[in-house]
Design a binder for this molecule. Structure first.
Ligand code: CO8
Length: 258
C-alpha cells in the first residue's frame, strides 16, 4: 500500500520504516505524503498503543530530498516546508506515543523528524546534524524550533550555525537522545520500550503527552489549569477505575483503552 514505507502492526505496536535506502531515506514529497497517511491510519486504529519509527539501511533519514528540493521555486519551497511541518506537527501531537529508533544518519529533515517523536533511542552508530546552512538553506521542518527546546538555545545555534555532525554519545550528552543502544539491539530495545508503555493505561499516556506538549510552551498559570482539567478528565476513563482497583486489590491491572 505504501511505496516508500514499510508498515506493520505487531502486538499493539506499529512499526513504520522509511524505505528509500538508495537515497538514504531522504524525504521527498511522496515520503512526506505517505508518512502523513500512515500516521493518520495509526491515529484511527485503537489497536495501536505505541509506534516505533525507524529507517531502512544505514540511514534513519538523511534529510529532505536535495535533488527534488533543488528544483523548487520560492512558492513551491514554502509549500514543501509547510508539508513537512504538517507531518512533524501531526507526529508530535499524535494521540499515541512515538519512539524514534535512530539507526543511522539523522540529518537535516531526518534530525527534525526524530525531534518530532516523543522519545529518541539511538544506535551507537547514529549520527545527528543540521547541515542546511552548508547548502545555503536553514532547517525548514521545525529544526530551529525543536532543537533549542531539546538542547538549549546556545547548543542549537552551535549545531545549526556550524552544521557539525555529532555522534550518538554526544547527542545523548546534550539531551538530543534519551538512550544509546548497541546497533544490533536498537530495534529490540525500541520494541521493549514500546511494549512497556503499551502495558500502561493508553488514555492516561495519551493525555499526559497532550499536557506535556501543550503545557511546555504555555505560561505556568495556563499550563497548570490545563493539567488540572486534564487530570479531572482522566477520571472519566474505565482504565482509571481498573488501575486504582487493581492496586488496592493487589493484582495486575488489565487496561482496555476505554
Ligand atoms: N537527498 C537526496 N539524496 C540523498 C540525500 C538527500 N538528503 N542524502 C543522500 N542522498 C543520496 C546520495 O545522493 C547518493 O545517491 P547516488 O547513489 O545516486 O549518488 C545516495 O543517497 C548515497 O549517499 P552517499 O553516496 O552520499 O553516501 P555516504 O555514505 O557517502 O554519505 C551522508 C552519507 C553523510 C548521509 C551523505 O549522503 C550526505 O551528506 N547526505 C546529505 C545530508 C544533508 O545535507 N541533509 C540535509 C538536507 S536539507 C534538509 O533536510 C532541509 C529540511 C527542510 C526543508 C525545508 C523545505 C524547503
Amino acid at each position: 500500500m505504501y511505496e516508500t514505507l514499510k508498515y506493520e502492526v505487531r502486538d499493539n505496536i506499529a512499526f513504520v520504516t522509511v524505505n528509500r535506502p538508495k537515497a538514504m531515506n531522504a524525504l521527498n514529497s511522496q515520503v512526506l505524503d505517505e508518512l502523513y497517511c500512515v500516521f493518520y491510519e495509526i491515529c484511527k486504529d485503537d489497536s495501536v498503543l505505541a509506534v516505533v519509527l525507524t529507517g531502512e539501511g544505514k540511514a534513519f533519514v538523511a534529510g529532505a530530498d536535495i535533488a527534488e528540493m533543488s528544483k523548487l521555486g520560492t512558492v513551491e519551497a514554502r509549500t514543501f516546508a509547510h508539508k513537512g511541518h504538517n507531518v512533524m506537527n501531526f507526529i508530535e501531537n499524535l494521540n499515541k506515543p512515538v519512539i524514534a529508533a535512530v539507526n543511522g544518519f539523522a540529518l537535516g529533515g531526518g534530525c527534525e523528524l526524530s525531534m518530532a517523536c516523543d522519545i529518541r533511542l539511538a544506535s551507537a552508530k547514529a549520527k545527528f546534524g543540521q547541515p542546511e546552512v552548508g547548502l545555503g538553506l536553514i532547517p525548514g521542518f521545525g529544526g530551529n524550533l525543536r532543537l533549542p527546546r531539546l538542547v538549549g538555545k546556545g547548543m542549537a545555534k552551535y549545531l545549526i550555525f556550524s552544521a557539525d555532525m555529532i555522534d550518538a554519545q554526544e547527542a545523548h550528552r546534550i539531551g538530543l537522545v534519551e538512550r544509546v543502544c548497541e546497533p544490533e539491539e536498537l530495534m529490540a530495545e525500541a520494541e521493549a520500550l514500546a511494549k512497556k508503555i503499551a502495558a500502561k493505561a493508553p488514555i492516561a499516556v495519551s493525555v499526559a503527552k497532550d499536557v506535556i506538549n501543550n503545557g511546555y510552551d504555555a505560561d505556568m498559570k495556563t499550563a497548570s489549569a490545563y493539567e488540572v482539567n486534564a487530570f479531572g478528565i482522566s477520571f472519566a476513563s474505565e482504565d482509571m477505575k481498573e488501575g486504582t482497583s487493581a492496586f488496592l486489590e493487589k493484582r495486575k491491572a488489565e487496561f482496555k483503552n476505554r
